[in-house]
Design a protein around this ligand. Structure first.
Ligand code: SF4
Length: 262
């Protein structure tokens, strides 16, 4: 019996490892995730119920090798090859399990990630950070090479984090976006100059903080006025499947128009 259980556990971990490494994503605004770095630490209110932390701890408990360190920052040089293996064009969320501009990630490694993105122009790479001050510092020093297929975004969960937009606006990425998720406060004064795309979503999980409908409608109104693509991801709550993503009876799944690949 013991042997059977051991074999069963091994097979389960192996099949999970295979599925996880395939990196197909259930995140509505992307297709794949690519995690050359894992692990992070919390820096703002939006981090409170960090999904990456929960997942990393779960994967560590399951014995998945990549997550031996749990949610501690870890660099995975071997992951740099992965995007070369995807033959078909993909929309790729970079570092869904970390933050590429975490201060402890050496710039040399970030540059390697940028090189991979440059050498894979058939894919679109979406980077999202809560640390745009680090991003801007490297950018102003001329250390980042932006190609057309790199989209850069910042998370803005409430008005207190609105300054992140200003920093993003100063960086040289061609396509820029905001992720207002989890939206935990109103954002009536968005400066959307130079912004191509806004994603909005409520928090999910066991004790989600509420998101008011008026906050979502207000952001949609500002996007329309500024001619910015608006993507409503989810209402969130304790059962996000039940709450869905309809806003006034319809879905808003707009994408930036800058999808050209050359
Ligand atoms: S920055 Fe992102 S990955 Fe890091 S703790 Fe916050 S939510 Fe999690």
């Amino acid at each position: 019996m013991k042997n059977f259980l051991r074999k069963y556990k091994k097979e389960l971990i192996h099949s999970y490892q295979l599925n996880f490494n395939m990196a197909q994503s259930s995140i509505e605004w992307t297709e794949m995730t690519w995690n050359p770095v894992t692990g992070c630490n919390k820096i703002s209110a939006g981090c409170k119920f960090c999904y990456a932390e929960v997942m990393a701890k779960r994967l560590k408990a399951m014995g998945i090798k990549k997550y031996t360190n749990g949610f501690k920052l870890a660099i995975h040089e071997d992951e740099l090859n992965t995007p070369y293996l995807w033959k078909k064009s993909k929309m790729v969320f970079v570092n869904s399990m970390s933050d590429l501009f975490h201060k402890d990630i050496p710039i040399k490694f970030i540059q390697k990630v940028f090189k991979v993105m440059k050498e894979n122009p058939r894919h679109v790479f979406q980077i999202l950070t809560k640390r745009p001050e680090v991003l801007l510092y490297y950018d102003k020093e001329g250390l980042l090479e932006w190609t057309h297929n790199i989209w850069m975004g910042v998370s803005v969960e409430n008005e207190r984090k609105i300054k992140r937009i200003e920093l993003l606006q100063q960086c040289s990425a061609r396509t820029k976006f905001l992720s207002c998720e989890p939206l935990i406060g109103p954002l009536p004064n968005l400066n959307l100059k130079g912004i191509d795309w806004v994603i909005v979503g409520g928090e999910s999980g066991r004790t989600p903080r509420p998101m008011e409908k008026e906050w979502v409608v207000e952001i949609k109104r500002q996007c329309k006025k500024a001619d910015v693509a608006f993507f409503f991801k989810q209402w969130g709550g304790t059962s996000k499947k039940k709450t869905g993503n309809l806003l006034n009876g319809r879905k808003y799944l707009e994408m930036p128009e800058k999808l050209e690949m050359s």
